[in-house]
Design a protein around this ligand. Structure first.
Ligand code: SF4
Length: 294
């Protein structure tokens, strides 16, 4: 497979075929993100993608196959409709055993597409869009240069639902800093309630050297909340989000406490775990720093 640079995928795509159809991220400005700073965004040539599909097909015929494909890098949904349909048709042709294709998407990439265009992608095999929303707070969205507004987040969720695409939302504990911690948690819960996605994953902010967030921290403009304060944010989000039915998890490697449950029915149990850990305030109950990963 033609993999260029570091490759990232959501935790739930661990067993998927990773098909790199673009390099980098067309936005590449979120202040905390260092994933693609070494890559200039560009679509990969169709010939390269098709060669990867042929290679995966040959491996699949020998029994090495996955029924899921994840389109990399950080922003594949920004590609034009014609190229996306070409890729999805290529997957159907070369890998007929694939039942679901996933990609990252955000307010910019979904915002550019109509519900009809998204529905066309759905019909061609796209199944799930992973969306690094990070926060529902307008002030925090602006501070982290996320490139979207709160109304656009809501519209994005509505469009994906109308198109029949599964929406998996990622939120980032601690990204409001100490100053906007309460606002971040409260407004994230409000936005999630309005969006009502079927999947939410919480990650915990790590300030990565070399990122703008690192520089903000060095200048005293950002202070990461304490580990227990970030757990309180998680508690607030679980407590105040109202979902029809949502698989909510904090089992990403960056988190101090892995939780997984279905909301609303597991809300009381999840809150009880968090309340006990927060009340005890014992760091030995948290994942050790050396086991955390981005
Ligand atoms: S949109 Fe995603 S990949 Fe791009 S800079 Fe922001 S966090 Fe990083």
């Amino acid at each position: 497979m033609d993999y260029v640079g570091r490759i990232y995928r959501p935790p739930s795509e661990a067993h998927s075929l990773l098909l790199q159809v673009t390099l980098g991220c067309s936005h590449n400005r979120c202040v905390y993100c260092d994933m693609y700073r070494d890559k200039q965004f560009r679509p990969k040539p169709w010939e390269t993608i098709e060669a990867d599909l042929r290679e995966a097909a040959a491996a699949g015929r020998k029994g090495f196959r996955s029924d899921k494909v994840f389109l990399c890098d950080g922003d594949a949904l920004i590609l034009g409709q014609r190229r996306l349909l070409q890729i999805l048709a290529g997957i159907r042709e070369h890998l007929p055993w694939v039942t679901r294709v996933g990609t990252y998407g955000d307010t910019r990439s979904v915002g550019r597409k109509s519900v009809e265009a998204l529905g066309e992608l759905r019909a061609a095999g796209l199944g799930i869009v992973y969306h690094g929303m990070e926060t529902g707070s307008p002030a925090v969205l602006e501070r982290i240069d996320k490139g979207g507004t709160r109304p656009e987040l809501i519209t994005m969720a509505d469009k994906l639902r109308a198109a029949g695409l599964t929406h998996s939302v990622i939120v980032l504990l601690g990204i409001g800093g100490v100053a906007l911690s309460q606002e971040h948690a409260r407004e994230t819960a409000e936005a999630l309630t309005r969006m009502d996605p079927p999947f939410v994953g919480a990650l915990t902010t790590t300030v990565v050297p070399g990122t703008p967030l690192w520089e903000m921290q060095t200048r005293g403009e950002f202070q990461l909340p304490s580990k227990f304060r970030m757990l309180e944010e998680l508690r607030e989000i679980v407590a105040h989000s109202e979902f029809s039915r949502c698989r909510f998890s904090s089992n990403h490697a960056s988190n101090y406490v892995p939780l997984r449950g279905t909301l609303p029915q597991d809300k009381a149990a999840m809150l009880s775990v968090l309340d006990e850990i927060i009340a005890r305030g014992d760091e030995r109950l948290l994942k050790p720093e050396h086991l955390r990963r981005l």
